[in-house]
Design a protein around this ligand. Structure first.
Ligand SMILES: Cc1cc2nc3c(=O)[nH]c(=O)nc-3n(C[C@H](O)[C@H](O)[C@H](O)COP(=O)(O)O)c2cc1C
Length: 373
């Protein structure tokens, strides 16, 4: 076991004690600790132990993914960490989310990029506010990666939430055009961050508002229809998306020429989350949501992501599509049972964030190996 693996195990045992009793201190410690841990993870020299059985490999959109699971957006916001996850056996590396320009992200009560985990519920809350150095910086980092077979690179990008109309759309289009010139293999457009104020006046990602449709149409006309190479574009929505909107949403995405959809991002459905949260985590949950708000991730999203993906996959099955359109599931992915359930309903790829850290505490750098053994 290396130092990081020992640290993760130690923290895994200590964390319930801190979070249950001292939510405020827990928020302070884990908002900072999460970043320190990620920096160490991204710069950690590990040996290439994860030989994932070839039977799990998938070729989608002519791109080979050596397993159907990889990190969700926001884990490697600044583009570091490729070597670590590639050696661990991830099916891809997803960096970002980046926006048109630098963003410092959210800060309140001396807490920068607030985050807390709910250990007994294997879940977490964050109120980050999309901190990043902008598309140009992320694109430069993507270009510096030494890419390996079976671990393609994805870039997650978003509009600058405070921008309006054409300015917002142009910032996003600039990002798409920029990443098209890099070695990125696919792009995920993040239409779902709950932790930022949108000029449209709406919460992100729960419905089909005209601003969203305008953006999707602009991407279609100004990018998808004139793409210079095979660069699949998927759109990521919230796990709070209304199930009844899925048929219309999928139709729009396919008609406009998108290549896939991801359900999804964190939830702000606090009432539902609280109803299934472990009672021991409720004090911390109340503290965080009352002071920061934020989006909830982890095990509590398992059913939401499953239900959204199932409805979407059933619609896809009924269509006679001429091009590939894939469903990606994110939210509460923790173990092989989740991957199996996804496969059964027609999900092509899975992403994990909160579950990754739970699994790392148990299995260290063997996480993908253990998953697909
Ligand atoms: C600390 C943190 C930061 C995140 N940042 C982003 C982000 O920048 N872009 C994005 O699309 N999703 C972001 N997410 C959402 C995750 O990508 C994922 O959709 C969500 O956590 C649900 O997956 P999980 O249950 O496996 O954690 C973030 C999540 C967390 C916990």
């Amino acid at each position: 076991m290396n130092f990081l693996e020992i640290l993760a195990k130690f923290d895994h045992n200590l964390r319930p004690f801190i979070v249950e009793r001292f939510p405020k201190a827990g928020t302070f410690i884990y908002s900072r600790g999460r970043k320190v841990f990620l920096n160490m993870l991204a710069s950690e020299p590990i040996d290439g132990r994860a030989e994932i059985p070839e039977s799990y490999a998938k070729t989608l959109w002519d791109i080979k993914f050596k397993s159907p699971l990889f990190n969700a957006a926001g884990m490697f916001k600044y583009g570091d960490g490729y070597v670590t996850v590639q050696k661990q056996g991830a099916g891809a590396f997803l960096c970002g989310t980046s926006t048109a320009g630098y963003r410092s992200g959210n800060r309140k009560d001396k807490v920068v990029h607030p985050f807390i985990s709910y250990p007994k519920s294997e879940s977490a809350s964050n109120w980050m506010g999309l901190p990043n150095y902008g598309h140009v910086d992320l694109a430069r980092r993507v270009q510096s990666i030494v890419k390996k077979d079976g671990c393609p690179i994805g870039a997650s990008i978003s509009i600058t939430p405070e921008d309006e109309g054409k300015v917002a759309i142009n910032g996003l289009l600039d990002g798409l055009k920029l990443f098209q010139k890099t070695q990125a293999d696919f792009i995920e457009v993040n239409e779902s961050c709950p932790n930022v104020q949108h000029q449209s006046g709406k919460d992100a990602g729960n419905g089909l508002d005209q601003y969203l449709i305008d953006r999707l149409e602009a991407i279609s006309t100004n990018f998808l229809k004139i793409r210079e190479k095979n660069l699949p574009i998927i759109v990521k929505f919230s796990n709070d998306t209304d199930l009844e909107l899925i048929p219309e949403l999928i139709k729009i995405l396919i008609d406009l020429g998108f290549d896939g959809v991801n359900f999804g991002n964190t939830s702000t459905d606090y009432k539902y989350v609280k109803s299934i949260l472990n009672p021991k985590d409720k004090k911390a949950f109340d503290y965080f949501t009352e002071n920061f708000g934020g989006g909830v991730s982890g095990s509590v999203l398992k059913n939401k992501s499953y239900n959204l993906c199932k409805v979407a996959a059933d619609i896809i099955k009924q269509k006679d599509l001429k091009t590939e359109f894939h469903i990606i599931r994110t939210g509460g992915i923790q173990d092989y049972e989740d991957i199996k359930a996804s496969e059964e309903i027609g999900v092509s790829l899975n992403q994990w964030y909160t579950g990754y850290f739970e699994a790392f505490a148990k299995y260290g750098n063997d996480i993908y190996l253990r998953m697909f053994e």
